[in-house]
Design a binder for this molecule. Structure first.
Ligand code: ZN
Ligand code: ZN
Length: 211
């Protein structure tokens, strides 16, 4: 319960959280053996896009990556008035249902996901993670907008690696071009990111990075 409460308190989204505590981190130790990151595709999420995520993660992080069979999005996470899925609920569900062997788990969906932002109860986002926690989720729904397939896939990989970075304890970063920048709803920020961690962020999670 303590762990769950902590997880809820430290949930971060790529869209709206301001960099209140820049370069704040929670230290996560690299476990013995190569840690396993599981990918849980939801519904009819494209196999091709799953592969892009796998390759994107493996290009940056030292994880063994395995892909689970697709499952339907949990109906309890559906917010009918806005036809969206509550990302916090998905993140908690992934954590709760993940096998012991998984070090981290990433859910992938093409449906619209949202979270609470101040007085806005259902704010659309691209991804959500627990800071230093086990699970995160990424949606391709908003990153498709006005983009070529190439641009969309670049955005997708950046968001995936951003959320995985949160699970390794990295908070939002104010360094220009760092993949851990807060996006604040601006897709151009994602497009302008290098896709890499800045040297400060990289130093914080060095054992997890491909050399
Ligand atoms: Zn974020
Ligand atoms: Zn950084």
């Amino acid at each position: 319960m303590v762990q769950l409460t902590h997880a809820i308190k430290t949930i971060l989204s790529v869209l709206f959280f301001a960099c209140i505590a820049c370069n704040n981190t929670t230290t996560v130790e690299y476990p013995k053996g190569e840690p396993l990151l599981l990918i849980q595709p939801y519904g009819d999420f494209s196999d091709k896009h799953v592969k892009v995520a796998v390759d994107g993660i493996k290009s940056k992080y030292r994880f063994k990556v395995e892909v689970l069979k697709p499952v339907p999005l949990p109906s309890a996470a559906y917010y009918n008035p806005r036809s969206r899925y509550i990302a916090d609920s998905l993140v908690n569900n992934l954590h709760k249902n993940s096998p012991e062997t998984a070090f981290r788990i990433l859910g992938l969906t093409n449906k619209h996901i949202s979270t609470e932002k101040g007085s806005i109860r259902n704010y659309g986002i691209m991804g959500l993670a627990t800071l230093g926690g086990k699970s995160c989720v990424v949606s391709t729904h908003r990153i498709k907008r006005g983009a070529s397939n190439k641009t969309m896939m670049e955005r997708f990989v950046k968001i995936v690696n951003h959320e995985v970075g949160h699970t390794l304890g990295l908070d939002h970063c104010s360094t220009v071009n760092c993949v851990m920048q807060a996006v604040e709803g601006q897709i151009k920020r994602v497009d302008n990111e290098s896709g890499d961690l800045c040297s400060y962020c990289a130093g914080k999670v060095a054992p997890f990075l491909v050399k």
